[in-house]
Design a protein around this ligand. Structure first.
Ligand SMILES: [Zn+2]
Length: 368
């Protein structure tokens, strides 16, 4: 652990040097006298802690009761993803102290977290807004029930790869955490069913970003509900949702005018109809243009579209989409319209690619 090599005597020596360099002989503003590390002003301590890594911040909280109180009440963001072996115990010990946490990143390479750790977070950290539990295979529905009751202010939740959660537990959570804006359910096949999506649509009208990658039980019923319930949706990942058809894309195009990124990788039921509806969505979105200008929102439409492996699409329909949204590019540097794996779409190009291939004779002659 960082800090293990530093003995108390070394710290005292550093402190003495600090006083000499400061030239104040230990005298601080306002006449207070600094006699040791424990007298470091709270603001200064928090400033120092904000500059060190999370591991060191936890060590610093154990220096003395004064530091513990300041750091535990002042720290709002923490990542324990560096903890490769004992994350569950670390959370059990840290969560009851760091009660003001708003962001907690607990991403794991191999599953360590168990329900009692998440229950402790829910019981102690009621201000939590951003929680990353990705790859917590061992967690069960109890974790989601606990979060529903303890963390009603969640705006961002990542449970990608948490394969044991049921759809009813997620539906339950959305009934309590209604401010969720970012939800990552990638690989949660059991969790992200149409029933769960209907609950999200009903409860989380502010949702802006949803990852449903490889949730292959999702159908048009779920996606259509989302399109109607979450009109502010900006980023939607449906890669590998093999059951969805044009109906899903048409509903999104009609209802979600802020949609900026759509991933349809491997959605092989998608046809040209879906592409034309996306191109038309820009026209519909224009009705809200004035509102967007007033709120300073850029209304350029889609900025990322992945239709890789959507083998039923034809070049004219995809070219219309590419021409409709100036931010979509097929050129190597920008690559925001991804069509790899669609051998019949090789003729689709963005405007800059067409310009690059234009013969020199076609350029206007400079005026003499
Ligand atoms: Zn381009």
């Amino acid at each position: 652990m960082v800090g293990q090599g530093i003995r108390t005597e070394d710290l005292e020596l550093c402190f003495q040097k600090l006083l000499v360099l400061g030239g104040g002989g230990g005298k601080m503003e306002g006449g207070a006298v600094m006699t040791g590390w424990k007298d470091l002003p709270m603001e200064l301590l928090l400033r120092i802690v904000s500059l060190v890594d999370d591991r060191t911040a936890i060590v610093a909280a154990g220096v003395c009761t004064g530091w513990r109180d300041v750091i535990c009440l002042g720290l709002t963001q923490l990542s324990l993803s560096w903890c490769k072996n004992n994350m569950n115990n670390l959370v059990l010990s840290v969560a009851p102290k760091f009660t003001k946490l708003q962001t907690l990143i607990l991403r794991q390479d191999r599953p360590q977290l168990e329900d009692n750790a998440v229950e402790t977070i829910a019981n102690c950290c009621h201000d939590m807004q951003d929680l990353d539990l990705s790859k917590s295979f061992k967690l069960s529905d109890f974790s989601l029930y606990a979060l529903a009751h303890g963390c009603p202010n969640l705006t961002k939740l990542n449970i990608s790869g948490c394969s044991a959660f049921s759809d009813s537990a997620l539906a339950y959570l959305t009934g309590f955490c209604r401010n969720i804006k970012y939800l990552n359910l990638c690989g949660c096949v059991r969790t992200a069913t149409d029933k769960a999506l209907q609950a999200i649509a009903y409860n989380c009208s502010q949702l802006q970003s949803l990852n449903l990658g490889w949730c292959d039980g999702v159908t048009d019923v779920g996606v259509t509900s989302l399109a109607y319930g979450c009109p502010d949706l900006r980023v939607l990942d449906l890669c590998g949702c093999i059951l969805i058809t044009d109906e899903s894309v048409i509903a999104l195009a009609n209802r979600c005018h802020h949609l900026r990124s759509l991933d349809l990788y491997y959605c092989q039921n998608i046809t040209d109809r879906a592409m034309y509806s996306l191109a038309n969505s820009l026209v519909k979105g224009k009705h809200n243009l004035w509102k967007s200008v007033k709120s300073g929102y850029n209304n350029e439409g889609l900025m990322n579209l992945n239709i890789s492996q959507c083998t039923a699409l034809t070049p004219p329909a995809v070219q219309v989409v590419c021409d409709s949204f100036p931010a979509l590019h097929t050129c190597p540097g920008r690559h925001s319209l991804i069509i790899s794996g669609c051998l019949n779409l090789t003729s689709v190009h963005c405007a800059c690619a067409i310009q690059a291939h234009r013969p020199v004779s076609a350029l206007p002659h400079p005026a003499h």
